[in-house]
Design a protein around this ligand. Structure first.
Ligand SMILES: *[C@@H]1O[C@H](CO)[C@@H](O)[C@H](O)[C@H]1NC(C)=O
Ligand SMILES: *[C@@H]1O[C@H](CO)[C@@H](O)[C@H](O)[C@H]1NC(C)=O
Ligand SMILES: *[C@@H]1O[C@H](CO)[C@@H](O)[C@H](O)[C@H]1NC(C)=O
Ligand SMILES: *[C@@H]1O[C@H](CO)[C@@H](O)[C@H](O)[C@H]1NC(C)=O
Ligand SMILES: *[C@@H]1O[C@H](CO)[C@@H](O)[C@H](O)[C@H]1NC(C)=O
Length: 424
């Protein structure tokens, strides 16, 4: 919501003070709000949405209290999860979350290289507040009335800081009177998780990329469509999020050893075979290979795919320059969007990026009334190539919205399916 406009309206109403002007003010406000907010969109947990009416307009309300969180870091999807966790913490405390800083670069250790980037440079701030109305609201630092009325609370850490103790601490903060609570310590991705998947889904649904970034994704999708028109019109595209770069392979091999699970890593051959075997996949189709830049140098990832599957990556599509203009975070956001919009998505069930793409696609299916659905029979199908499904294909994958924590999505799982769970 446009806070300055609302402030002006409120001042106007108070100064005139008459019943007439108050009535007018109410009418104007209602009309104003009605034009701002989209028609009813399906929301998860809508039965919970009425408790927080008082949070509707945070700016200008002297009673509004705020939560400040540390800068959000790491990969795009870790940042999205961290952001959502910060939102849900603010919601628990009945506070407005001060718009946090994200990080444009992927450096983990060198704090000075994290390149803070404000939330509203990536996601639409006002859109977020209108879509998440009655659930969680974001505030600006300029909304704070008294910058001295702030308390810094250190989040606990270490082995003895259990999830229960963490929740106890948050509960004691509920009655804290300070206008602003600043939570210090670890980045929110590492905080304890106290919320069900549907709460996170509610927050993700309110994250809409700024136009500048979504237009870049439009350009990439247009290139894919143009490439496809050589074969048929229109040709669908399958997005394959291939995690096969060296760093990932080292990371996933270590994880396989540690957890004694053998199906975390997939090499290129396994991915090509499983994708080629997707039951019911219509050809011709374009395969958009979402891979790390390092792999673009080696054209071999374009080889080995089945008949009628036409692979492209950024280089072959001629879109490298679109990405190169942007820092890491934005590049990742563009690729995410291209995967999200694909006709079929195939990813790794141990990748946060893949897991969040599948979550959003599953949400789209739910909105269309599809509660469970598998494979090529549904709109927005997704698969995990690291797990074997029928006929040597990848395993169909839909997010399990009944999960009581985000564990399976933030850290990966082999216990995925499309409705009926299979034993890992
Ligand atoms: C939440 O905060 C608002 C002020 O922002 C206050 O009016 C309301 O009573 C609070 N609700 C609860 C449940 O504490
Ligand atoms: C601002 O907050 C501080 C700390 O709570 C308080 O001492 C001070 O009186 C407040 N100032 C105003 C103008 O309310
Ligand atoms: C690892 O799992 C295999 C079966 O999947 C089992 O035979 C083996 O004993 C396990 N090893 C450890 C160290 O748990
Ligand atoms: C390309 O990658 C393949 C498979 O990883 C490897 O066998 C080949 O040597 C690489 N070629 C070049 C030119 O790096
Ligand atoms: C798989 O997930 C379902 C639903 O969350 C759960 O009930 C089941 O216990 C899980 N199975 C394994 C082996 O973890």
């Amino acid at each position: 919501m446009d806070s300055t406009k609302l402030k002006r309206l409120r001042l106007f109403g108070i100064r005139l003070g008459s019943t007439l002007s108050k009535t007018l003010f109410l009418i104007v406000t209602v009309l104003f709000i009605r034009t701002l907010f989209l028609p009813d969109s399906f929301r998860f947990g809508s039965r919970n949405l009425h408790e927080f009416d008082s949070l509707n307009s945070n700016s200008g309300n002297p009673k509004t209290r705020f939560l400040e969180v540390p800068q959000i870091v790491w990969g795009l999807n870790n940042q999205k999860i961290a952001f959502a966790r910060a939102c849900l913490t603010a919601r628990l405390l009945n506070r407005t979350l001060l718009m946090p800083s994200l990080s444009a670069s992927l450096f983990y250790k060198e704090i000075d290289q994290l390149q803070p980037i404000s939330f509203h440079k990536v996601f639409q701030f006002e859109k977020f507040n209108s879509l998440c109305k009655n659930f969680i609201q974001l505030g600006r630092y300029s909304d704070i009335h008294n910058h001295s009325d702030i308390v810094t609370i250190q989040k606990g850490s270490g082995r003895r800081w259990t999830s229960e103790r963490d929740l106890d601490q948050l509960n004691t903060l509920k009655n804290h009177k300070s206008e602003t609570i600043r939570l210090a310590g670890k980045n929110p991705f590492l905080w304890h998780d106290h919320w069900p998947v549907t709460d996170y889904a509610n927050v993700f649904e309110c994250l809409v990329l700024v136009d500048e970034i979504s237009k870049e994704a439009d350009k990439v999708v247009a290139k894919i469509t143009e490439f496809g028109s050589k074969y048929n019109n229109p040709v669908p595209y399958v997005a394959v999020h291939m995690r096969i770069e060296k760093d990932w392979m080292i990371h996933c091999k270590k994880r396989e050893q540690r957890s004694n699970i053998s199906d975390i890593c997939s090499n290129k051959n396994e991915i090509t075979t499983r994708v080629t075997n997707i039951p019911g996949l219509k050809t011709p189709t374009i395969l958009y290979l979402a891979v790390a830049d390092a792999l673009l140098e080696n054209g071999s990832i374009l080889n080995g795919w089945g008949p009628g599957l036409h692979p492209v990556e950024k280089k072959k599509l001629g879109v490298v320059d679109i990405y190169k203009k942007h820092p890491y975070l934005i590049q990742s956001a563009i690729d995410y969007e291209v995967c999200l919009r694909s006709d079929v998505f195939v990813g790794n069930s141990y990748s946060t990026f893949s897991s969040l793409v599948v979550l959003e696609r599953s949400q789209k299916m739910l909105k269309m009334g599809v509660e469970r659905g598998c494979g090529m029979d549904v709109r927005w199908p997704s698969f995990a190539y690291n797990l074997e499904g029928e006929f040597g294909g990848p395993r169909p994958w839909m997010t399990e919205f009944s999960d009581l924590s985000l564990q399976a999505i933030s850290y990966g799982s082999n216990n995925i399916s499309c409705g009926e769970r299979k034993l890992g």
